[in-house]
Ligand binder design. Structure first.
Ligand code: PBG
Length: 327
């Protein structure tokens, strides 16, 4: 008789045969920041804070001390700095470049990743530059947007960013950003491409955190249709050919099949983003006493890893690293 249970009988044997492990080194912490001097709890994401510059540096240091290698910056930009052309997105004295400089000065070994997209800076709330065509329809201008994204990526690199992560889903942006970085001598700056970013309902709480929801229309002409996974392969092959160093699938938990397909298609490292709506679902079930927070969070992260992600962006990063340390 076959007895698979023999391999499950004790903690020691289970540890020996375990196929997937989760470590703080796998986790990347997305962090919100703003110009204010006080920290603000984010109402749409209980337990998550929008930090002042000073607190950001302190909290990033605390996460790094727990073994978290990297953070991603998400700025809330003042309303009067937003414009249709999103010029603030490549201001060398803007919030993000100042944050990068402060973080690298305080924590030289912390890997600083920046989000490259126009939505926090664009008065229209879209990831690209918006125009109304002759029929009055909303058009997201691809190539004009890519030019601004290149300036934004170079601006972040100049400030000291280790990795730039275009999250906009415009066509051709990875190759264009690679060329722009290389032309400015930033050949060592990595590109983590949001390869398969879906037009998901799970981003709602994030847009609340940054006041960055589109004013008009939705993001379905650039973010992917949740019904498609072969299309993720197409995006993977293009990003690889265009020179991406790392690929990302987003969201994570509802897209484990896509993570697995991207993993099998490419030899590049794959990241996955457990987004704000995923955070909120787990957090609220735990707050209601319905699920055990520690168990469900660690299981959700382990599942993302098992599917093929080597890096996981998660708002639970610091808490999970603490739990893993206690184990
Ligand atoms: C925007 C961006 C979004 C997220 C990360 N970068 C929102 C969007 O595409 O509308 C979402 C992250 C989350 O929900 O946690 N470029």
């Amino acid at each position: 008789m076959h007895r698979p249970r023999r391999n499950r009988q004790t903690p020691v044997i289970r540890a020996m045969v375990r196929e997937t492990t989760l470590a703080a080194a796998d986790l990347i912490l997305p962090m919100f920041l703003h110009e204010d001097l006080v920290d603000t709890p984010i109402l749409s994401m209980p337990g998550v804070t929008r930090w002042s510059l000073e607190s950001l540096v302190r909290e990033a240091g605390a996460a790094h001390a727990l073994g978290i290698p990297a953070i991603v910056l998400f700025p809330k930009i003042e309303e009067d700095l937003k414009s249709p052309q999103a010029g603030e997105s490549f201001n060398d004295d803007g919030l993000v470049p100042r944050a990068i400089r402060a973080l690298k000065a305080a924590h030289p070994t912390l890997c600083v990743i920046t989000d490259v997209a126009l939505d926090p800076y664009n008065s229209d709330g879209h990831d690209g530059i918006v125009r109304k065509n002759a029929r009055g329809e909303l058009i997201i201008l691809n190539d004009e947007t890519v030019e601004v994204l290149c300036q934004q990526a170079v601006c972040h690199a100049r400030a000291g960013a280790d990795i730039v992560a275009p999250s906009d889903m415009m066509d051709g942006r990875v190759a264009a950003i690679r060329n722009a970085l290389d032309a400015e001598d930033f050949t060592d700056v990595l590109i983590l491409s949001y390869t398969a970013k879906y037009a998901s309902a799970l981003y709602g709480p994030f847009r609340g955190a940054l006041d960055s929801a589109p004013k008009d229309g939705d993001k379905k002409t650039y973010q992917m249709d949740p019904a498609n996974s072969r299309e993720a392969i197409r995006e993977t092959l293009l990003d690889e050919a265009e020179g991406a160093d790392m690929l990302m699938v987003k969201p994570a938990g509802l897209y484990l099949d896509v993570i697995a397909r991207v993993r099998d298609t490419s030899t590049l490292p794959v990241a996955a983003y457990q987004v704000s709506g995923e955070y909120l679902m787990l957090k609220s079930a735990a707050a209601g006493g319905w699920l055990d927070e520690r168990d469900i969070v660690l299981e959700s992260l382990l599942a993302i890893k098992r599917a093929g992600a080597s890096m996981i962006l998660t708002y639970f990063a610091t808490q999970a690293a603490q739990w893993l340390k206690e184990d």
